[in-house]
Design a protein around this ligand. Structure first.
Ligand SMILES: *Cc1c(COP(=O)(O)O)cnc(C)c1O
Length: 435
């Protein structure tokens, strides 16, 4: 530490307790994102957290080193109470994790180097040989592949059910999963959801899944991939989920310039995953953690604007004669889906599917004619993206399964960004003329 302008005995330089409430009013996440979990006094007064590029941390004393390792190795419950080694924990990642917890109302969060690292470490932490994972469908293709191909190598099987299933249907699925687990000599180790499903936008009834799991007296966590609607438009922990999962690469990062992931929930659900992350690695790097903190300061602004833009664009597209339909949460046609939406969602998001009259050829002409929207997979960035799932993200899905999931050849997936809405409408208008 340099001694520029710093008098360590001055009361101005003493660490300050964080303000989370003013006059009994709990501060909102968008306010907390500017400072939560970080005290400038501890870093030379630097208003923003420095990026801590270090692999290891000096212990104040040997006894402290021992105590920290007891936390890291799980010999003492409650986890590490100090910084040890950057595969386990580090300042930028800890501040990021504190801030991520705020959005979902979670006790604890863990950051990862990608969404898929978060999902794989989470599943590995809970699945033992001969266990059964129950999951909604469709899942992000790599998640589905990890369950069906990688976990299968260790004798883990799965039972899946369509997003939108009713309480009775979920009850029946859990019964089937329990029977399968009994037969294999294992247990149902996790219920894993993704809502809305990609690219169909079908919603899962999280409250019904919670009620079903409780009624079946299953002692396993309900985890949910909330990448498409979180953290602004859906808070699944409020609906009874135990663990919320993110690809931070999408809306949270929000600028299509990084790859990262996270999970959040009660400490008791996070602890086994933290232990496995300590062993395997996969924690987010400090530079990416810093970028994500910058992104979190504007996540509400960006998502609100993207959501408003998507509503305007969909209003326009819904009336266009070359459009057969829209898979947009702001225009649900099914009463059951609308009921789930009303109970679970605070906004319709900005990612939707556009069904054109025609097939692949019409979609390709449309995509190739777009001038503002970029032709790329991914979503949740500041820029509008468009892609063709049947020939791109879901090409590896068998044709029969694709049809079952509603991924037709005339489906274009669009993620609306924060550009000017009328400019976007003009772009879609000229591209539809080219079809
Ligand atoms: C992108 C995505 C993932 C994977 O995240 P990465 O950060 O690319 O590893 C998982 N789930 C959903 C819903 C996604 O969109």
């Amino acid at each position: 530490m340099s001694d520029h302008d710093i008098d360590p005995t001055s009361p101005r330089m003493a660490p300050k307790p964080e303000v989370t409430k003013i006059a009994g009013r709990e501060l909102k996440p968008s306010t907390l994102m500017m400072g939560h979990g970080y005290d400038p006094v501890l870093s030379e007064g630097s208003l923003k957290p420095p990026i801590f590029l270090t692999s290891t941390f000096a212990f104040p004393s040997a006894a402290d080193g021992k105590r920290h390792f007891e936390g890291i190795t799980g010999k003492r419950p409650g986890g590490a109470d100090g910084l040890v080694y950057s595969r386990f924990n580090a300042p930028n990642q800890e501040i990021l994790e504190d801030r991520l917890s705020v959005w979902d109302g979670a006790e604890d969060a863990l950051s990862f180097s990608s969404g898929m690292t978060a999902i794989c470490v989470l599943m590995l932490a809970y699945a033992s040989q001969n266990d059964v994972i129950v999951h909604s469908g469709p899942l992000y293709a790599a998640s589905e592949g990890f369950v069906a191909k990688v976990l299968a190598k260790f004798g883990v099987t799965y039972v899946d059910f369509p997003a939108g299933a009713t309480r009775e249907e979920i009850d029946a699925v859990l019964k089937r999963a329990q029977a399968q687990a009994d037969e294999q000599g294992g247990k149902v180790c996790m219920v894993y959801l993704e809502s809305p499903g990609n690219p169909t936008n079908a919603l899962v009834d999280i409250e019904a899944v919670r009620a079903s799991v409780d009624a079946a007296q299953l002692d396993c966590p309900i985890a949910i991939d909330n990448t498409f609607l979180g953290p602004l438009w859906q808070r699944p922990l409020d609906q009874g989920a135990d663990i919320v999962v993110y690809s931070l690469t999408k809306y949270v990062g929000g600028h299509s310039d990084l790859v990262a992931g996270s999970i959040a929930g009660a400490k008791k659900w996070m602890d086994p995953v933290r232990m496995l992350r300590n062993t395997m690695g996969g924690i987010c790097d400090p530079n990416t953690a810093w970028m994500l903190m910058r992104s979190l300061e504007t996540v509400e602004l960006r998502m609100s604007r993207a959501g408003d833009n998507a509503a305007k664009v969909c209003d326009y597209l819904a009336k266009h004669p070359k459009v057969e339909g829209l898979g947009y949460l702001g225009m649900i046609k099914d009463a059951r889906q609308q009921d789930i939406y009303d109970r679970h969602c605070k906004g319709a998001g900005s990612t939707f599917s556009l069904l054109l009259k025609g097939g692949e050829a019409e979609c390709f002409r449309f995509l190739d004619a777009l001038k503002i929207a970029k032709l790329a997979v991914s979503l949740g960035g500041t820029e509008t993206l468009a892609s063709h799932p049947a020939s791109m993200t879901h090409l590896s899905v068998a044709e029969g399964r694709r049809a079952e999931l509603g991924i037709s050849d005339n489906l274009v997936r669009i993620s609306i960004g924060i550009e000017d809405a009328d400019d976007l409408i003009a772009d879609f208008e000229q591209a539809l003329e080219a079809v």
